[in-house]
Ligand binder design. Structure first.
Ligand SMILES: O=C(O)C1=C[C@@H](OP(=O)(O)O)[C@@H](O)[C@H](O)C1
Ligand SMILES: C=C(OP(=O)(O)O)C(=O)O
Length: 448
């Protein structure tokens, strides 16, 4: 097990001097809490980049302050885009697609959203040279299909180390638009990255998807946010053909949605404790795919109440299992369900998520390994896993420098004693306050 890549932790992270967190079980106490969760990573990093590309000053409220958004703002600032953060609001002076600084060395941390959204936005400009370095793990994650598509559109990209991976150098000379094809089978972020760059290309851009898109809802979020910033794309329902007009972005003020992915861990806490959790700031009409977890928790026996801006989950006496589910459209939550599955009354099979082996860790392997240490039987297969019911036996666990591994495993600790998770600071990729929120929800924790 390699050491965490602490360089990727930002000034907005927490707990980096903490080796372990021990989660103390609720011992039958049902949680009962009303809470708000921080802003959506996906909305935050899209809106930051779109605002930076726009003409004029945008004000964004509900900003997520985490490593991913810190490195996004940092990279934009190094490109010459001024921003002012006050509380969870940021003002961004957009550059109209022409980066004011012509030579820069950027660091993007471990953020897939920056790694896949920023290169097109840089390459569509005219002139300059930009070196982009990513975290250790992000430098192993796939970006080649995106870079090849950008090269077809006229981008000049040089790889410093391994062809098709970070670190790389982009020498922008404009992108010509037209037609481009890209697979959606490995990451929807490649498609979002191409679409975002489309509005600043020399001609309209048509993106064709020859196969399928993992988590296609994220592409829809991209198209919707581009529209908010003045760019009206034309696309079919399946999102296999999308045309972006070369019209440039206009600044706007907007409130960013709360993070449905973060909210899901607290809904899971209600599910396993027979308790009640109300998330007060989650729009149920969102396009964030992880809102679909609400229905899944219902299938597992929870009672759900949905309002326009809130969701309340009441856990059952006994969580239901016996499920075989495709997690393709909300694959970030595979680990959450895997972690609570031992407490269900039958096996839970989670499928169609081979691509999560390329996320912050090989997530399928990581969760099977850690559940195995807890004495829980799993079957690991290429694109998923089956988790069998059992009583986890608490033990020290690893988090693999992966926020979702740590957050998911913390749920086991809320049920059984002696669950200790190494490097709790890794949650700062998307939710630096995660363990404090868990504490506020009634779960005792100790740092050591
Ligand atoms: O576009 C986005 O904001 C995201 C897309 C998804 O990535 P992939 O499509 O690469 O799985 C998701 O896993 C990630 O957390 C956020
Ligand atoms: C896959 C994830 O992140 P990224 O945006 O880095 O792909 C995630 O947050 O689960």
């Amino acid at each position: 097990m390699s050491t965490p890549d602490l360089k990727a932790r930002s000034p907005w992270s927490a707990l980096n001097d903490v080796d372990n967190v021990t989660i103390h079980p609720l011992n039958g106490k049902a949680v009962s809490v009303d809470m708000t969760v921080p802003g959506s990573k996906s909305f935050t990093n899209r809106a930051l980049i779109l605002a930076a590309l726009a003409e004029g000053t945008s004000t964004l409220s509900g900003l997520l302050k985490s490593d991913d958004s810190y490195w996004c703002l940092d990279a934009l600032e190094k490109l010459g885009v001024a921003s002012r953060v006050t509380g969870d609001t940021v003002e961004i002076d957009g550059c109209g697609g022409s980066w004011p600084v012509k030579e820069a060395d950027l660091y993007i941390g471990a953020a897939g959203t920056i790694a896949r959204f920023l290169p097109g936005a840089i390459a569509a400009a005219e002139g300059g040279s930009y070196r982009v370095e990513a975290s250790r793990r992000m430098s192993e994650r796939p970006v080649k299909p995106l870079m090849e598509a950008l090269e077809q559109l006229g981008a000049q990209i040089e790889y410093e180390d391994k062809k098709g991976f970070y670190p790389l150098v982009i020498k922008p000379s404009g992108l010509h638009g037209g037609n481009v094809s890209i697979s959606g089978a490995v990451s929807s972020q490649f498609i979002s990255g191409l679409l975002i760059s489309g509005a600043n290309q020399q001609n309209d851009l048509t993106v064709n998807i020859p196969d399928h898109i993992v988590q296609h809802a994220y592409v829809k979020i991209t198209l919707d946010l581009m529209k908010e910033f003045g760019v009206n794309s034309v696309y079919n329902d399946e999102l296999t053909k999308m045309t972006v007009p070369a019209s440039g972005y206009k600044a706007r003020d907007m409130a960013l949605e709360a993070d449905a992915s973060t909210a899901s861990y607290f809904m899971a806490l209600a599910a396993i404790s027979g308790g009640r959790v109300r998330i007060n700031n989650l729009p149920t009409e969102t396009n964030q795919p992880d809102i679909g977890m609400v229905d899944l928790y219902e299938k597992m026996g929870c009672t759900v109440e949905k309002g326009e801006t809130y969701v309340e989950i009441q856990g059952p006496e006994q969580l239901k299992g016996g499920l075989d589910i495709s997690m393709k459209e909300m694959s970030d939550q595979t680990l959450t369900i895997a972690a609570i599955a031992p407490f269900a009354d039958g096996p839970v099979t989670l499928r169609d998520v081979e691509h999560i082996r390329h996320h912050e860790s090989d997530r399928i392997h990581a969760i099977c390994t850690e559940l195995g240490k807890l004495g829980i039987k799993t079957d690991e297969f290429a694109d998923g896993l089956t988790v069998y019911p059992g009583t986890p036996k608490g033990t020290p666990l690893l988090s693999y420098d992966d926020h979702r591994v740590a957050m998911a495993l913390s749920l086991v600790g809320a049920k059984v004693p002696d669950v200790t998770i190494a490097d709790p600071g890794c949650v700062s990729k998307t939710c630096p306050s995660y363990f404090e929120l868990l504490k506020a929800a009634g779960v005792d924790i100790t740092y050591s």
